[in-house]
Design a protein around this ligand. Structure first.
Ligand SMILES: *Cc1c(COP(=O)(O)O)cnc(C)c1O
Length: 388
């Protein structure tokens, strides 16, 4: 049972590549790292990756919500954890009990956190979030709202049972440095952030941790590192800047040839008959489809890597299967491994093909696809969300 499952479709997670990326980013930014492991570490497996990052000396781990944070604590992760998103105040006791740091995205939420913390008799550690241009979360600070934001942040720093350890902001376009407008916007966000926290600190409270650099800023503006950097996608070896920095893809999505069928001229392949066989052909059937996270929008547009060379994908990608053209490949047999994306074909290329970002493709690798973890070429563990 286990053997069959593993030989269908799986994601290999290269922990040596993770270490390489971590060390490269650390050397490039000269700053401690926050390992952003939200969304199950962008689909890579948050528990195992957090354990590795902890061994590497990560300064903080960042997740999106309380469930993700608790999962790491339950797995025995001891590193500080920051929740980047919103947590309702009624969960403050859990945040405190699990030693989880919460982003404080506004005064109203911070007051509610303080009141809840007083009720349960503990202290909640928070990082103040500043909205310098994402227009999503955070204390206002743009335009004529600067003073209002500073005053609110100062009041929050003085609230009982809150410990304002950090202050941070998030960039909107730091990963497009070749675009002049984007560069100017990022520099503007950075300068505004620095002015903002300096003004808050004039009120008497000093933050231990100031941070703003996501992957884009870590790669292209390492001088903005401040006390720590928060790369997500680059840690996984994808995204803008990954190739320039020599980062290695951590995830390789693999499947295997389950059947090879000869098709005579004139036959059409899969739903919608979008691919027509022009000469006698041989199609390989792969047990991977959009239910595994392999986007249907990629149909007829990509190649896959089999035994040293690429073959084209043909016809619509189905829920659980798709076809590849093996007409020119007598060397490929049933059971052979196929790389969907990984070191031979970066996930970034597939993302570009469908007009999206690599984040969406690695996050989409679904819960029925087992993650197999490798170190020094040896499998050292596995995770399958579906049957856990
Ligand atoms: C997701 C996230 C990051 C990491 O973003 P990348 O582009 O993957 O580096 C950093 N900071 C915040 C606040 C985030 O939400």
């Amino acid at each position: 049972m286990e053997e069959q499952m593993l030989r269908r479709t799986w994601a290999e997670i290269d922990l040596d590549a993770l270490r390489h990326n971590y060390e490269t980013l650390h050397a490039h930014t000269k700053a401690p790292l926050v390992g952003v492991v939200k969304a199950d570490a962008y689909g890579h497996g948050a528990i195992t990756l957090s354990r590795e990052l902890e061994k590497l000396g990560v300064r903080y781990l960042a997740v999106s919500n309380l469930e993700e944070a608790k999962e790491l604590r339950k797995a025995g992760i001891e590193a500080p954890i920051l929740i980047l998103g919103y947590t309702p105040p009624e969960y403050v006791d859990q945040l405190i009990a699990h030693r989880i740091t919460q982003a404080a995205a506004g005064e109203r939420a911070a007051i509610a956190y303080s009141e809840a913390a007083q009720k349960c008799g503990g202290t909640l550690t928070v990082h103040i979030k500043v909205d310098t241009g994402m227009s999503r979360l955070g204390f206002p600070c743009t335009g004529d709202r600067f003073d209002e934001g500073v005053a609110a942040a100062r009041r929050v720093c003085a609230l009982p049972n809150l410990s304002a350890e950090g202050i941070f902001t998030h960039f909107a376009v730091s990963d497009e440095p070749e675009n002049g407008d984007c560069k100017a916007f990022t520099l503007g966000q950075y300068q505004l952030f620095r002015r903002f926290y300096a003004a808050v600190e004039e009120g008497g409270h000093t933050f231990a941790l100031h941070h703003c650099a996501n992957s884009g800023a870590s790669a292209f503006y390492p001088e903005m590192a401040l006390d720590m950097v928060r790369p997500g996608i680059l840690l996984y070896g994808c995204g803008n800047g990954a190739v320039q920095l020599g980062l290695k893809p951590v995830m390789t999505l693999k499947t295997s040839v389950s059947d090879i069928r000869p098709l005579e001229e004139g036959r059409t392949v899969s739903y919608g008959r979008t691919y027509k066989v022009e000469a006698p052909a041989k199609m390989g059937v792969l047990p991977i489809g959009y239910a595994d996270g392999f986007f249907r929008a990629l149909s007829n547009q990509i190649r896959m890597f089999v035994k040293g060379d690429f073959v084209p994908q043909r016809g619509r990608i189905c829920m659980d299967m798709c076809m590849i053209d093996l007409s020119a490949r007598p060397d490929v047999a049933v059971g052979d491994e196929v790389e969907v994306f990984g070191p031979h074909q970066r996930v970034d290329l597939l993302a570009e093909t469908v007009g999206t970002i690599p984040y969406e493709l690695t996050c989409a690798v679904s819960k029925r696809v087992p993650r197999l973890f490798f170190k020094n070429g040896q499998q050292v563990g596995s995770e399958l969300r579906m049957y856990l």
